[in-house]
Design a binder for this molecule. Structure first.
Ligand code: BG6
Length: 506
């Protein structure tokens, strides 16, 4: 058969031009766990331009030499890849300036150091790896005349959550737009950089067999699970103010929902895709007080086997009302999806780490296989995002033998089958895209505000839920019982749960 497209991995994406990356919060959790290891892998793979430097700006007082120790220890702890470039050469590119985020005058040191390190036209990429409360202050300071007039090409990368609600996100956006042009703003949601997440669109729009079925006529319901087995780690302060909705649902889970539900874009241009996703966020049915009570479940983890309850974690109030779990039933009120429930659940300290989308199709219209098998297992399409990276489809076939028993079988595509591929992880991919100026996998402000419009009523409702009911799930379980009931009530169950064994076969 003719090969349609020869993939030349030597032409993989490269950061095309030299740059200075300025990380605000360079000694924080995100930098240590994700940014530094990602940069090191890109460096080891020779995917970064040789003329790059990193300036870290942060509050802990330390020298550049001490900061380079932080970089080494981050790589020791979190770097798990095979490729290992020259570590000393790599750490030698890191520089540290200690300062408070509001200290206007210290920002001049950033510019001076950048000038010392690089030639004239080197781009400045500001990365805000800091809690959202500091974002406005840093952006305002980046708007100081001496920085704006320095003439360097520049970009800003902003981490989620963008604001804490619709209003603050709008305000933050106004501030950012006073300093940067829209095309200089990279709002990162690392889920969009995951290979399996990008594959959702390829799978949907690259196969003519699914798209005709991808609607209310054939799909019974959709489940999205973003379960984590870890707790909040060292992020008590952040998490107390965020909770699961701001941390995971308003961004990662909403993006997954939009990719499943959106219409085909006219082409793969960043704005065309973002336009289609925006329509989905805007079509998610808003809920009144009664709907919120019926369709949402709030959870907070208690103790588990040698595991602390959320309320016992560092920097967490002992009567904290913060949710570490949520489940909910949503509807996308458009022509394609009218009446199809989207069940989502996300949480910390659940049984296992698994992110997946499960699409269950309707039962065939006639039951031809006799009484015993009146309820044949429905067709189900599973898109496993992580840790497994696979897509599998459950069909029914005849069980061999003389009787008429239908039997579920599975067709599967696993990423492992592809052998070597250009497997950058999400942060690596997004850092490269930003350096190259490709906005496709970054969020746009109107989309973010529309996602807050979904999340805000949930947060307001959860704030009112009586704290005495918490904690309401054991660490290492699948969350509160009510999350199971949410589906049982509709005659359905979560694909992975304790009470729905047969579904696990998909
Ligand atoms: C982050 C959240 O955005 O995503 C964390 O702030 C969470 O709380 C993480 O642990 C999960 O990301 P991943 O890629 O491990 O699923």
């Amino acid at each position: 058969m003719k090969r349609v497209c020869d993939i030349d991995f030597s032409r993989s994406i490269q950061g095309k031009s030299p740059f200075t990356l300025v990380i605000f919060g360079g000694s924080g959790d995100l930098s240590k766990r994700k940014l530094i290891p990602s940069l090191y892998n890109l460096y080891s793979l020779k995917r970064l331009h040789e003329g790059f430097n990193v300036i870290s700006y942060g509050m802990p007082g330390m020298s550049t030499e001490e900061y380079r120790e932080v970089v080494r220890s981050s790589i020791d702890t979190y770097y798990k890849r095979v490729e290992r470039g020259d570590l000393e050469e790599f750490t030698g590119r890191f520089h540290y300036i200690s300062g408070e985020f509001h200290e206007e005058s210290r920002y001049r040191e950033i510019l001076d150091l950048h000038r010392d390190l690089s030639k004239e036209d080197v781009q400045l990429v500001y990365y805000l790896a800091i809690p959202p409360v500091f974002a406005e202050t840093v952006i305002k300071n980046l708007g100081q005349d001496f920085l704006r007039e320095s003439g360097y090409p520049r970009k800003v990368v902003m981490e989620k959550p963008f604001g804490v609600d619709r209003e603050s996100a709008g305000r933050l956006n106004e501030v950012v737009l006073k300093v940067f042009r829209e095309e200089e703003i990279y709002r990162i949601d690392h889920y969009l950089g995951k290979e399996t997440v990008q594959n959702i669109l390829f799978f949907r729009f690259g196969n003519s067999i699914f798209e005709p079925l991808w609607n209310r006529n054939f799909i019974d319901h959709v489940q999205i699970t973003a379960a984590e087995s870890i707790g909040i780690e060292h992020r008590g302060k952040f998490y107390e103010g965020a909770g699961v909705v701001r941390d995971i649902v308003q961004n990662h889970v909403m993006q997954l929902l939009a990719l499943v539900a959106m219409e085909p874009p006219a082409d793969f241009h960043a704005d065309m895709i973002r336009d289609e996703k925006l329509k989905i966020f805007k079509s998610i049915r808003s809920m009144n007080e009664k709907d919120l009570g019926e369709n949402l479940v709030k959870g907070q983890y208690g103790e588990g086997d040698e595991i602390l309850a959320y309320r016992e974690e560092r920097d967490v109030e002992e009567d904290s009302n913060t949710p570490t779990f949520m489940a909910g039933k949503f509807f996308v009120d458009n022509w394609r999806w009218a009446g199809v429930p989207f069940y989502i659940r996300a949480g910390k300290r659940l049984r296992e780490k698994v992110t997946e989308i499960y699409i269950q199709f309707k039962q065939p219209p006639l039951k031809l296989f006799g009484d015993e098998c009146n309820e044949i297992v429905p067709n189900g399409l599973l898109i496993s995002i992580q840790p497994e990276e696979r897509i599998s489809f459950r069909l029914n076939s005849k069980y061999p033998g003389s009787e008429n028993y239908p039997h579920p079988v599975e067709m599967e595509f696993n990423y492992k089958q592809l052998g070597t591929y250009d497997n950058l992880d999400a942060y690596e991919r997004l850092i490269l895209d930003c350096l190259r100026g490709d906005l496709t996998l970054f969020a746009r402000q109107d989309g973010i505000e529309a996602m807050w419009e979904v999340a805000d009523p949930i947060n307001r409702y959860f704030e009112k839920v009586d704290t005495t009911s918490l904690p309401n799930y054991e660490s290492g379980s699948w969350g509160p019982e009510e999350a199971q009931d949410l589906l049982f009530r509709d005659g359905r169950c979560w694909r992975i749960s304790d009470n729905c064994i047969d579904m696990e076969e998909v």
